[in-house]
Design a protein around this ligand. Structure first.
Ligand SMILES: [Zn+2]
Length: 68
């Protein structure tokens, strides 16, 4: 599972979560204030990659080992 970064639009808190790709944007909730006004940030692996177009298609960000 890839690690995603999220930022709460209400209180500005940032946090990371391991989520399935298909669930990256569902049931988001800030762990600090409980708001559901949370945005997913572009992850580090996407920045290191080519363009944002590959990110939106959901490819090019598979974890290589280390996660278990
Ligand atoms: Zn919050």
């Amino acid at each position: 599972m890839p690690m995603y970064e999220y930022r709460c639009e209400e209180c500005g808190a940032k946090y990371e979560q391991l989520r399935r790709m298909s669930e990256a944007d569902v049931n988001l909730e800030c762990p600090v204030c409980g708001s559901q006004n949370v945005r997913r940030q572009v992850s580090a692996c996407a920045i290191g990659g080519s363009s944002s177009s590959s990110w939106s298609s959901g490819g090019g960000c598979a974890p290589r080992g280390g996660f278990s």
